[in-house]
Design a protein around this ligand. Structure first.
Ligand code: FES
Length: 136
């Protein structure tokens, strides 16, 4: 089975299972503080939801799993930022997170963090890193 590189991804799309090192979407799909792109990855034998967004020009990726209760954050697909565009927000109880670190700054889980993924922007595409997460 060969993986195809998704070139027609729109903001808010879910591009499905992404293998380590594979392309997630064209870089241009992710506008600064705009809708993200959803995807899944396999982690310890489990398929888990994740997302990519752009903030201050840099692509950021996190598991789509709130630090309060492990459920997805977006209230509609790909909508991760609050109205100000300064924070990622969980639609369920309003936890808000720093987009560049994933650290919860307010709401029911201050001090906890989203699980960060390593994404790479190269040659006009966004890729999941070969080793997307590190466990310390
Ligand atoms: S589940 Fe996200 S703030 Fe409660």
């Amino acid at each position: 089975m060969s993986a195809s590189v998704a070139t027609d991804v729109r903001p808010g799309d879910d591009v499905g299972l992404i293998a380590p090192g594979a392309a997630i979407c064209p870089a241009g799909t992710l506008a600064d503080r705009g809708l993200g792109v959803r995807f899944t990855l396999e982690l310890a034998g489990e398929v888990v939801p994740a997302f990519a967004v752009r903030f201050h020009g840099r692509v950021r990726g996190y598991l789509n799993r709130c630090a309060h209760i492990p459920i997805e954050l977006d209230y509609r697909p790909g909508d991760f930022f609050d109205l100000s565009g300064n924070y990622l927000v969980c639609a369920t109880h309003g936890a808000y997170y720093a987009p560049d670190s994933g650290r919860c700054l307010g709401g029911p889980c201050p001090g906890r963090s989203l699980a960060a993924l390593q994404l790479i922007e190269r040659d006009g595409m966004v890729y999941l890193a070969d080793e997307p997460m590190s466990f310390d």
